[in-house]
Structure formats: structure tokens, C-alpha cells
Ligand binder design. Structure first.
Ligand code: KIV
Length: 266
């Protein structure tokens, strides 16, 4: 499969061919995501809630992000990887943002970084791009701002909010962002933002008119009980895992495991 590049993104939007992105956090699933022909893998800070057992993304550290990005890179050497900048890795200063983004590229093996926020991060975005680090923006519902947003709520419902989304998206585009994730905004708002930009938008919970879609791997595969409204569900792996483990437990207790084929003879 041909690796997606930053320069191919705007062309994909212009051609109308949808971009496909999903999260990955470890080597075996990264290999499966690559095999499926998915264009972009996001090592999301959603690793905090999907794998690490946190109730939000706020506790996720740079070390967590680097370790999971490295694992994904080992599983999918040819994939286009976007590493998420975790909470407080770029908010305190531009210097810290550049240093941490550099770590995701140099130590993690990411091709690009994603950061949440609008015009207030245009300067950081521009400095990252000038330093050779491609930036994916993230607007709408920004999980790292859960405490200031007052919960995980759909954003962009008013005319003023849509105007702000468009001006933030344009500020990021002018600063050099190659793509912008939109999360949980009404379909009409996502369409308006997408039409206002040259760079593509990738939506989650934003309806049909973004330039592409992103989903969390664990939602797609049914690995967790939690089922967000916007999530596509293509398998019920969590159920399969529980049934398999129950069978193993029963067989050990009944003395029917190990079987002949599991036993070494002299
Ligand atoms: O962390 C993540 O998985 C994300 C996606 C929901 C876009 O930011």
C-alpha cells in the first residue's frame, strides 16, 4: 500500500476521495489497520481511556504517547502516523510545544502531530511547521478542555459558535496545518467549516460532509462497553473475548485443558 503524505492531503480533498483515519495504540492492531488500507493512523491520547483505564485523556503523559507511538510504528513501518500531543505538553509555552512535538517525531516515529485548539495555537503551529513538523489541528469538542467546556458536549450549535469554528480553522490553515480534525459538531456546521478551507477536515461525530472520517479503534471493534452515538460498530470483539476467556476458565476447572495437542511428549 502507498503511504499517504502531507502533500497528498489537499489533493485528496480536491478529488473528493474521502480520507480514512482511525486510532491505533499497539503493534498488532497497527498491522491490521494498515492491512485494511486505512490512510492515516492516529495514536490518540484516547489511549488514556481505551487502554490505560483513565476516565479522561487528561492524565496521559508524553512518555505514554511516545511508548504507544513507537509500538504502532513497529507494527506498521509504512503507515502515515499522527501522534497526539497530550494535555499540558504544549499549553504552557511554544518552546515546550516544539520540544515535545519533536520527541513524538524523533523518539516515537510519528510523521506528524495533532494538537487541540484554535487561533491561540496558530503561532505554535506555524513554528512547528517551519521546524519541519507537520501539524493536524483539532476543533469542536476538545476532550482536553472537558473541564472548561463543562463536559463532553456537542459544540458549534449557534451561529456565533460556527463563525468561531470557521475563523479558528482558517487561522490554523494559514499557520500551515495540513488537515483539521472536527469532533462532535452538527453536520451543517462541519460542512460550513469544510467548505471554508482548502485543507481537508476529518470528522468524528460531524456527519457526512467532512473530507474524511476518523473513529476510535475500540469503538469500531466493540472492544469496550461504552458506545458513543457517533461511533461506527463493525464487530463485537469484547463479547468474543469474554466468551473465549469463560471457555478457557471452564475447561481448566473441568480438566479438559490442556488437550493432547497442547502437551509435549518425550
Ligand atoms: O485521541 C483521539 O483518539 C482523538 C480522536 C477522537 C480524533 O483525538
Amino acid at each position: 500500500m502507498k503511504k499517504t503524505t502531507v502533500s497528498a492531503f489537499a489533493k485528496r480533498k480536491a478529488s473528493g476521495e474521502k480520507l480514512v483515519m482511525c486510532t491505533a495504540y499497539d503493534a498488532p492492531f497497527a498491522a491490521a489497520v494498515l492491512d485494511a488500507g486505512i490512510d492515516i493512523m492516529l495514536i490518540g491520547d484516547s489511549v488514556g481511556t481505551t487502554l490505560l483505564g483513565y476516565s479522561s485523556t487528561l492524565p496521559v503523559t508524553m512518555e505514554d504517547m511516545i511508548r504507544h507511538t513507537q509500538a504502532v510504528r513497529r507494527g506498521a513501518p509504512e503507515a502515515f502516523l499522527v501522534g497526539d500531543m497530550p494535555f499540558m505538553s504544549y499549553q504552557s509555552s511554544i518552546e515546550e510545544g516544539i520540544r515535545n512535538a519533536g520527541r513524538l517525531i524523533k523518539e516515537g516515529g510519528a510523521d506528524a502531530v495533532k494538537l487541540e485548539g484554535g487561533a491561540e495555537y496558530a503561532e505554535l503551529t506555524s513554528k512547528l511547521v517551519r521546524s519541519g513538523i507537520p501539524v493536524m489541528g483539532h476543533l469542536g469538542l476538545m476532550p482536553q478542555s472537558v473541564n472548561t467546556m463543562g463536559g463532553y458536549k456537542v459544540q458549534g450549535r449557534s451561529e456565533e459558535a460556527v463563525a468561531k469554528l470557521i475563523s479558528d480553522a482558517k487561522a490554523l490553515e494559514s499557520a500551515g496545518a495540513f488537515c483539521i480534525v472536527l469532533e462532535c459538531i452538527p453536520e451543517s456546521a462541519a460542512k460550513a467549516v469544510t467548505e471554508s478551507l482548502t485543507v481537508p477536515t476529518i470528522g468524528i461525530g460531524c456527519g457526512r460532509y467532512c473530507s474524511g472520517q476518523v473513529q476510535v479503534l475500540h469503538d469500531l471493534l466493540g472492544l469496550l462497553d461504552f458506545r458513543p452515538k457517533h461511533a461506527g460498530r463493525y464487530a463485537e470483539i469484547g463479547q468474543i473475548v469474554r466468551e473465549a476467556l469463560r471457555s478457557y476458565c471452564e475447561e481448566v476447572k473441568a480438566g479438559t485443558f490442556p488437550k493432547d495437542e497442547n502437551i509435549f511428549n518425550k
